[in-house]
Design a protein. Structure first.
Length: 87
């Protein structure tokens, strides 16, 4: 459903959690990357699966996408989103 919505809406950025009810975020991201309509949309993982330290050790990257650990302050999240949108 997320892919269909993204194709119809044309978002500037997609926020995904890693753990989701029906399909994990990595699988959703792979689907987004495989579709020409969404493959260029930046994906940002927002997750509690990694600690802040683990995220930093991975240089803030998970499965080739920017990743931030929860909890995160709103101002920090806004800064990361701005960074992603500027490409």
């Amino acid at each position: 459903m997320a892919l269909a919505i993204a194709k119809a809406f044309h978002p500037d950025l997609i926020l995904l959690d890693v753990i989701m009810p029906d399909m994990d975020g990595g699988s959703v991201a792979a689907l987004m990357r495989s579709d020409p309509a969404t493959k260029e949309v930046p994906i940002l993982f927002l997750t509690a699966v990694l600690t802040r330290k683990e995220s930093e050790e991975r240089s803030g990257v998970l499965s080739g996408h920017r990743c931030v650990a929860k909890p995160i302050e709103p101002a920090e999240l806004c800064a990361v989103i701005d960074e992603q949108l500027k490409g």
